[in-house]
Write a protein that binds this ligand. Structure first.
Ligand SMILES: C[S@@+](CC[C@H](N)C(=O)[O-])C[C@H]1O[C@@H](n2cnc3c(N)ncnc32)[C@H](O)[C@@H]1O
Length: 304
């Protein structure tokens, strides 16, 4: 009768099968761990989203303030809050321990959910709009001490005043230490910023991000889809290419800044950043678009 060792020698498939069984079971157990992690994350996301929808009037800014950041009613404010929060969260860009910088935080549309998520993490919100920042300090910072808000001084505050092309801003995020941020994000802010202001922020973002940190931002890309949309709809008649690749239109809160992809790349490259991924926006009826504005996931350039 054959002994077990003889059996495995005589049957070359035997060891292979055992290895395969082991590999299969470790694959299944890693799948189970992953499923559990996803379930845990889903639980956190669900709880935060429920809190957002349950915010009462006294926990939210006034309708007038919501209008200033482009939300026409409370439902829109909450919907945008939960959608953008979920997007950042499910992309894996936000966790309870994230260090986060929110450029153009407005009146706390994203700070409200993020303050409820963070535990060991830290949040910094900045805006040129002091009323929005003051509301965030009073309603969020006072309760969540790991969240802080700063009014950033603008010589040329063209979101609220007439644009003065000769006046230059020099935006600094001096409150945020170098190489400490996991995520910087700007929702519907760079869509209102001139080239030099974009570059000033990009340089600061490059300084504050950790080596593998991410900048997530929404903006406008002037491309063939936009050109087609413009000629089809006869919209954006006042759009002017003020500098090569930089297209501006409208005024105040509606000030529009769009850039060719080459210009986005050039601005980011000046700051040592590069686009990691990019998604078309539906604002100019671009094909297959999911978000409203064009959306970038940006990292530090590989050579840094
Ligand atoms: C459309 S709102 C979006 C607000 C916020 N990101 C959100 O999604 O709720 C644009 C915001 O950008 C701010 N903003 C405009 N120019 C800015 C600048 N140069 N630096 C920082 N924030 C700016 C405005 O004050 C306003 O709060």
């Amino acid at each position: 009768m054959q002994q077990p060792s003889e059996l495995s020698d005589a049957c070359p498939d035997h060891n292979d099968r055992t290895d395969l069984e082991q590999m299969t079971s470790s694959f299944i157990s890693s799948q189970k761990t992953l499923e559990q992690q996803v379930a845990d994350r889903a639980g956190i996301a669900k709880a935060i989203n429920e809190q957002c929808w349950a915010f009462t009037e006294d926990q939210l800014p006034s309708l007038r303030m919501m209008n200033i950041i482009g939300s026409h009613d409370v439902a829109h404010f909450k919907r945008n809050m939960t959608q953008v929060f979920s997007e950042l969260y499910w992309r894996g860009l936000l966790s309870t321990s994230s260090n986060v910088v929110d450029i153009g935080c407005g009146c706390g549309r994203l700070a409200l959910p993020i303050s409820r998520l963070l535990k060991e993490g830290r949040y910094y919100g900045v805006d040129v709009w002091s009323e929005g920042v003051d509301w965030c300090k009073a309603k969020i910072e006072s309760e969540y001490q790991n969240c802080s808000f700063y009014t950033i001084k603008a010589e040329n505050n063209y979101y609220f005043e007439e644009r003065a092309p000769s006046l230059h801003n020099d935006f600094k995020l001096e409150f945020c230490p170098t190489n400490t941020a996991d995520l910087a994000f700007a929702i519907s802010v760079f869509s209102h910023l001139t080239r030099s202001d974009c570059v000033a922020y990009f340089k600061e973002v490059s300084r504050v991000l950790k080596p593998k940190g991410i900048l997530y931002l929404t903006g406008f890309v002037i491309d063939r889809f936009f050109k087609d949309y413009q000629s089809r709809t006869e919209s954006f008649g006042s759009l002017r290419e003020e500098e090569p690749g930089c297209f501006y239109a409208f005024r105040g809160q509606d000030f529009f800044a769009g850039y060719t992809k080459r210009t986005w790349n050039a601005m980011l490259s000046e700051a040592g950043l590069e686009i990691l991924s990019y998604e078309l926006g539906s604002w100019a009826e671009k094909p297959g678009a999911r978000p409203y504005q064009d959306t970038f996931v940006i990292g530090k350039a590989a050579s840094l």
